[in-house]
Each structure stands twice: as structure tokens, then as C-alpha cells.
Design a protein around this ligand. Structure first.
Ligand code: PMP
Length: 361
């Protein structure tokens, strides 16, 4: 890594993807305003925190009670799937890697959009599987027809909706088309990490219909639980079985119990979920209005992140923001003039806009 100013790491050619972040604690770099990692600007709902705190005193047991089953039942009811179609995980990165390893091989590769979340293709490359990256459409959406055409014999088709980093939604109708036309035995993985921030529909009904679909969820985003590590998969039990081939049922005891309890309570807070989504949308609208006023281009987004195009190398602009105490994250190949910015609280976005005004004078 080359270093620009105080703690600003700039990715250089050949730097592994995991080392390209410049906004995280790995670099000992905590800006005052942290809007670079797609986290939530606030913690779990207080009622969920209280439930998590209560269970800690019983955490000498792997299963003090029915916590894991309660989680499964709660999510299954919300999504309209049988209880045995839901599994909790310690975060969603863990099941994501397992899915790639379970369903991809040198013969049966991974198809992903370009640009999209990098963990699936990073894991696939690491596991020696073939990776096919298919450009997004000119309006930055997944092109499901091109994804199938690019590798009609893949093991896994990865759809991130809303997409990280563009924030664009893939309509469920497009996912349905892919599921109907994909090769037999392959899987469509729909990563819905950011779905709660949008008004988009889930692909979970396809799981209820018994299709070859895995829906991936995380509690790291709208639920504000990134540091608590909780995720979930919604899929047919036989697909779950393939993800757990080597550790089977042990997975259910490998979960942070307070996180499971916190997540269960959080899922039921419909009004609070809607309120948090509305707060994010208000902060995003405010930011977009400001960018428009300043003539700065951005990609309209359905999530708590957006790509902004500075029209000049983004790494330098990011360093200027960081010097102003605002960590806006990093740029994404192959877009050297764009940065991905997380939508934080209204106060965070006011700080972002104020820093932008200073930088752009
Ligand atoms: N999927 C997507 C699209 C993500 O952006 C992330 C992390 N930012 C993850 C999965 C993994 O998140 P976690 O392990 O915290 O659930």
C-alpha cells in the first residue's frame, strides 16, 4: 500500500481486495464521521438490545432455551417459508463463502455482475473455481440475460439486490427469469443484505416454491448489528445440507446467543424498521439534492450507499474528505473517478455535504 497523508491507504496494483479498504480499524483509522463501510449509523433497536442483555447471564449453556428455534420460527413466519428452510449464521460472510465452495468448482463456475460485492468472486478464485464477471447495464443494473449467456453451465449465479456498490435493485421478475432458464442443478444466490433499506421485494417466495434459490440476509445493515455477527439463509433443507457437509448440526451451537436473541426481537419491530428506512431515505434525499445543486454526478440508489463520480481520481478526493474528518471509503475498479459513500445519519450527511463544499471551492 502507498500511504497518502494521515492513515490514508491507497490501493496499488496487485493489492489483494481485502487490503484495499481505507476506512476501517485495520488501518487504525477512525474518522469522526464513518460513512465508508455501509454500516448503520446507530445500534440495534433498544428493545432488541435489552433482550440480548438479558440472555447473557444464561450464556453458560449452549442452548439455555429455544432461542435458535425462536429465531427460525420468527423469520420463517415473516417470509412465508417452512421453519426448516431458515438457518441463522454468525454473519452472512460465513454462509456466503460456504455457498461458493459448495456449488462452484473448476468446471461449474460462478457468474457475478461487474461491479458487485467482491467476496463471492474472491472466494471462488481462492477455491480454484471459474469466475465470469458480466458488466452491469448502462444504468448499473444486473443484466440477467447476459449473465446466463456468459456462462450457461455455471454452478452459481450471484445476484446482489440492492447491489453493492451501486445500490441498484434487481426486479424479482428478472430473478424469476434466471431461475426458469438456468441450467439444471445450478443455484441462484440472492444476496439481500440491503433489502430492508429499499422498498424492493424479496426473492424468498421463490424458496417457498421449492426453487433452486438461496436468499442471504444479514443483520449488519438496517438492524445495526455488524459487530454482533448475525446472518441468515433461506433455502430448501437439501441446499442447506450441502453448505454444512463437514460440520452438520454443529452450526446451530456456533452462534453468538445474544445476537440470535437480539435479531429475533429486531425482526418483529415493523414500525421501527420502517422508521429507520425512512430516516435513511430522508438523509439520502438530502444528500442527493446537495450533490445535484453542486453539479456532482451520482448513481441513484435504493440502498444506504451510492456511487458518486467526482470527474477526477477518487483516491485524492477521499483523502481530502478524510483530512476533513469524513471517511467516505474507497473507489471501486474499474471506476477510478467514483467513490462509494454510505448514507449515515442526517448529521453525518450534513457533515459530508459541508466537507464537500469546502473541498469543492
Ligand atoms: N453481502 C453484501 C452484499 C455485503 O455488502 C456484505 C458486507 N458489507 C456482506 C454480505 C457480509 O456482511 P456480514 O458478514 O456482516 O453479514
Amino acid at each position: 500500500l502507498g500511504v497518502l497523508g494521515a492513515g490514508v491507504a491507497v490501493a496499488t496494483a496487485g493489492t489483494p481486495v481485502w487490503a484495499q479498504r481505507n476506512d476501517g480499524p485495520e488501518e487504525g483509522n477512525f474518522p469522526k464521521v464513518r460513512i465508508g463501510s455501509n454500516e448503520c449509523w446507530t445500534g440495534p433497536f433498544p428493545v432488541a438490545q435489552a433482550a440480548a442483555a438479558k440472555i447473557v447471564s444464561h450464556a453458560n449453556f449452549y442452548h439455555p432455551g429455544t432461542e435458535v428455534t425462536d429465531f427460525k420460527k420468527t423469520l420463517a413466519t415473516i417470509e412465508g417459508v417452512p421453519v426448516d428452510h431458515v438457518l441463522p449464521w454468525p454473519g452472512s460472510s460465513d454462509p456466503l463463502s460456504r455457498i461458493v465452495v459448495a456449488f462452484c468448482s473448476p468446471q461449474k463456475g460462478l457468474v457475478t455482475a461487474d461491479v458487485s460485492y467482491e467476496q463471492p468472486w474472491g472466494t471462488a478464485e481462492w477455491a480454484g473455481a471459474k469466475v465470469t464477471k458480466v458488466p452491469l447495464t448502462p444504468d448499473y443494473r444486473h443484466d440477467v440475460k447476459a449473465m446466463l449467456a456468459a456462462n450457461p453451465d455455471a454452478g452459481l449465479y450471484y445476484i446482489c439486490s440492492p447491489n453493492n456498490p451501486t445500490g441498484t435493485l434487481t426486479p424479482v421478475a428478472d430473478i424469476e427469469w434466471l431461475v426458469a432458464n438456468k441450467p439444471a442443478g445450478s443455484i441462484v444466490l440472492v444476496d439481500e443484505a440491503y433489502l430492508h433499506f429499499s422498498h424492493g421485494q424479496s426473492a424468498a417466495p421463490l424458496v417457498a416454491q421449492g426453487k433452486d434459490v438461496i436468499v442471504l440476509r444479514t443483520f449488519s445493515k438496517l438492524f445495526g448489528m455488524a459487530g454482533m455477527r448475525l446472518g441468515a439463509t433461506i433455502a430448501r433443507p437439501d441446499l442447506h445440507g450441502r453448505m454444512m457437509r463437514y460440520d452438520g448440526k454443529r452450526m446451530s451451537t456456533n452462534l453468538p446467543l445474544p445476537s440470535v436473541v437480539c435479531g429475533t426481537v429486531a425482526l418483529t419491530q415493523k414500525a421501527l424498521i420502517e422508521q429507520r428506512r425512512a430516516e435513511m431515505i430522508a438523509a439520502r434525499d438530502f444528500t442527493f439534492a446537495h450533490l445535484t445543486k453542486r453539479g456532482v454526478k451520482f448513481i441513484p440508489s435504493d440502498a444506504n450507499m451510492f456511487m458518486v463520480d467526482w470527474g477526477k481520481p477518487a483516491a485524492g478526493v477521499q483523502a481530502q474528505f478524510l483530512a476533513a474528518g469524513v471517511g467516505i471509503g474507497r473507489n471501486w475498479a474499474p471506476w477510478p473517478t467514483m467513490s462509494r459513500v454510505t448514507v449515515g445519519s442526517m448529521a453525518d450527511m450534513q457533515a459530508f455535504c459541508a466537507a464537500l463544499d469546502k473541498i469543492m471551492v
